[in-house]
Design a protein. Sequence first.
Lengths: 143, 475
Amino acid sequence: MKPRALLTTIPSDSHSWNLVFMEMFLAEHGFEVENLGICAPYELTYAAVRAEPRDLVVVSTVNGHGHLEGPALARHLTETTDPGRPRLVIGGKLGTEVAALERQAAELRAAGYDAVFYGPAALADFVEFLAREPAWSGAALLA
Amino acid sequence: MTTMLHQKPHQTEIDVIDVLPGEQADSRRPAAGSEGGVRPAGHFRDFVLARRSENRLILQPRMGFSDPALMRRGLELVRAATAPTIGTITLDSYTRMGDLEGARRALDAGKELNGYPIVTYGEERNRRLVDGLLGAAFPIQIRHGSPLPEPIFRALIAAGIEATEGGPISYCLPYSRVPLAATVRSWQHCCRMLAGLEQNGVVGHLESFGGCMLGQLCPPAMLLTLTLLEARFFREHGIKSLSLSYAQGYNEPQDVGAILALRQLASESLQDVDWHVVVYCFMGNFPRSRSGSRRLIEDSARLAVKAGAARLIVKTGAEAYQIPTIEDNLEAIEWSRLAAAQPKALPGAAEHRHREALYAETSALLAAILDLAPTVGEAIQIGFREGYLDVPFCLHPDNRNRARSWLDGDGSIYWSDPGRIPLPAHLRDAVGRPRQISTSRDLAKMLAFNQERYDAPAAARPDHSWPANADVPEV
């Protein structure tokens, strides 16, 4: 069976192309993907995580508010899901100040994200993350 | 593209230098807002008609600041530009999303917003902002992006401003999750509010944003169909001065052909209202180099002139990095003016082939949609529900998202799969190019097409190697 990914974003982010791209990208990496679309309210994401078992939740955001709205989402999900919960990652343009990105990434990790992807190497880092995760079978990732 | 149309172009070659009916002042058209012989005034409409008769392209920035003094200074400097200009007040994203509480909180905390919060500031402050600036010599338009804009329309009307933009499709599908049925109801109400200004002797102007859907990769015939549908929706609800839009794509002959077809279709179906075409400088991933940005901006101005558009919304050299400053905007306006003033090239055979194909495709699609219901508002909703209207890649729940587009090596956009869009059989070969399912890598390349192309010759270009920029779309 394919590993299952939920693709979502933060409530204030109305960008589409990152989600369109990431949906295709995850599918190419072997995932069955549900894409919640732009401006996803927190409740929509929480309900989708509760609704069925997932292996991975990807929060993709490029409007610069990821560091503001991302932590609440992670805290809620880590508090309300089992230890065997899906892996939770966030990536994109997470803030507007380049100098603050490292600190913001640390805050996001502290809030519950298993990995945070930003900057020019974001996608390459994400590929590496996918490759080393034992939560899903390597076979699917070769698809 | 080989033309495979079985039907002849509907009209003889239009002379692009000529202004078409509807694009010019015509005192014989009583429907354009006059009652009892007195012609109501509209700063925006009258300014466009006047520049049109002088054959001068109007330039307009996209500019918005939350600091009223800075906003005022921006408007003053745009007005003082050498080119004929219209002022823009772009609103902030709290106001756009209807989060007036959020706008209030941010302002109270002394935070800078990404635009002018017209609703929160209120009538007196708004009137002070435009006092002595707004007039027949300098119209001002509110640009906002709101799917449910009643408070914005009330605020702009109270401020004495009579021009704005958007539409029930173009401000619903790409940037919101609001159901299409709700935006149709809201925009109906807003059109009536704006049209009601006529009682005070004022003609409101409304621009459709339908020529921009998602900023890139939408086949031109769908853009034309959507902006024409919005225009007809505006007219259905009393608007008598309107504009239709088209966003610069990746291939000049296709863009010129699309704008010519749009003007032709508008002149045929909007005979009882005042209208013009506005071109948007490319709305997708912008070049990162200054020289690349400038060339793309110059090309948009040349495109507008060549295709006979009346107005151009400019972008700036800072587009890829930050919210443009006043200076960035003034510089881009000047670049555009200089490019527009160059000797005018006439559309050639390639442009006219695109025009014929897009005219045939759009008129067939438009007729099929309008046939669905007695009102445009209902027809739009049925059209999307059935997938006859379908914006490729748009994730809104009311968009079927079955149709797919493809960007060819020369930058022209085709249907790779029209889904349920009812393209007439005899046109399918001309407007479609079947492809295998495109991959994320294909998509990233298509999104970065103009960025890569315009940045390419620059000697010192910043690192933007694929695929880092694939994840940073701008629309």
